[in-house]
Design a protein around this ligand. Structure first.
Ligand SMILES: Cc1cc2nc3c(=O)[nH]c(=O)nc-3n(C[C@H](O)[C@H](O)[C@H](O)COP(=O)(O)O)c2cc1C
Length: 317
């Protein structure tokens, strides 16, 4: 038993998105409509256990508002997973997730993330090392895809057969498909059925193309899933986890006020410029949308180069 057993059924997770779901944005989402669980962006364990560590530590920042929260780890060396997982536990994280789904070329060419789908021996070593780092009672999960080049549900079967994971989040596409075709939720239902026979204690979380809580509830029910993870849907609606989202009625002023709050928190959080200002540009499409002049304002925002310039622009509206 872990706290995962006490979450609502189904529970909702904000998907990890690199350069997007940092502590700042997670706090914004928590204030709008909090999911049941947060994940950090993926953090490289081999980098963390190297002299480059200091540069990555900001990715592991979180506030109490974001709890419960999992640290998402990626990398290659099992011993670095073990060390980092133990550190994450000591930092107050509620669980550790292992990224075995990211299909980005620079990442998979070294054999990490989605490439582990084709290297089950190393995948298992990594899971076991992580487990050793945190002990039996601490949640360990994997986030993956339904296959690498083609659908390979024996990968899911392999993971479940180990009976070692507290949770398995599955994005309903192969690595090769990137995000180009619709996610196949029937496959996620098949994964849930496998779980029932192979590892009943493992929570199965579905991911891919969910835009709202309501849609997630329907999919979870239809496919017998314990949880639903929403990623890009949050760009369309920061209240994606709300039972009744007020976002459609938000005025331009309310949207800009929320963006200012985001930028102000960014400034407060990264006082030593730990994070590139450019990452803020990704949020234009969240807050500056669906009002008159939005496209022009986004173009203006893209020209700003510091948080101070951005705040000055938003203050003048
Ligand atoms: C900008 C961006 C960054 C992402 N970064 C990560 C990451 O760090 N770790 C991870 O497991 N998945 C990452 N993903 C994948 C998402 O977590 C999610 O699996 C994918 O977007 C599909 O879900 P969605 O259709 O709800 O967006 C990222 C996706 C996007 C769009």
């Amino acid at each position: 038993m872990t706290f995962l057993d006490e979450l609502p059924e189904p529970f909702f997770i904000l998907a990890p998105m690199d350069d997007v779901t940092d502590t700042v944005f997670r706090q914004i989402v928590a204030d709008c409509a909090k999911p049941d669980l947060f994940f950090t962006e993926f953090v490289n364990v081999d980098g963390l256990q190297s002299p480059g560590r200091a540069k990555l530590l900001h990715k592991l920042e979180f506030s109490q508002k974001e709890k419960p929260i999992f640290a998402q780890l990626w990398g290659l060396k099992p011993e670095n997973f073990k060390k980092t997982a133990a550190e994450a536990k000591a930092m107050g994280y509620d669980g550790v997730d292992l990224n075995m789904g990211c299909p980005v070329k620079t990442v998979i060419k070294n054999g990490a993330c989605a490439a582990l789908i084709n290297n089950r021996e190393l995948a298992l070593e990594i899971i076991k090392a992580t487990r050793e780092g945190v002990g039996d009672d601490f949640p360990v999960s994997v986030k993956t895809r339904v296959g690498f080049t083609t659908v390979e549900l024996d990968w899911v079967e392999f993971l479940l057969s180990q009976k070692i994971l507290n949770m398995l989040s599955i994005h309903g596409r192969t690595a090769k498909q990137l995000s180009k075709v619709p996610a196949d939720w029937d496959l996620l239902g098949q994964a849930a059925a496998m779980r029932d026979s192979l590892s009943p204690a493992t929570k199965i979380v579905g991911n891919g193309d969910v835009m709202s809580r309501r849609q997630g509830l329907e999919l979870a029910k239809k496919h017998n899933l314990d949880g639903v993870m929403i990623g890009r849907g949050i760009f369309d609606n920061p209240f994606a986890f709300a039972e009744q989202s007020p976002w459609a009625d938000f005025t331009k002023e309310q949207k800009i006020a929320l963006f200012r709050k985001h930028v102000e928190l960014f400034v407060e959080t990264y006082r030593n410029n730990e994070r590139r200002f450019e990452t803020l540009r990704k949020f234009c499409k969240v807050y500056i949308s669906d009002f008159d002049g939005a496209a022009e304002l986004r173009a203006e925002f893209m020209k700003t180069e510091t948080p101070q310039e951005a705040l000055a622009l938003l203050a003048g509206l």
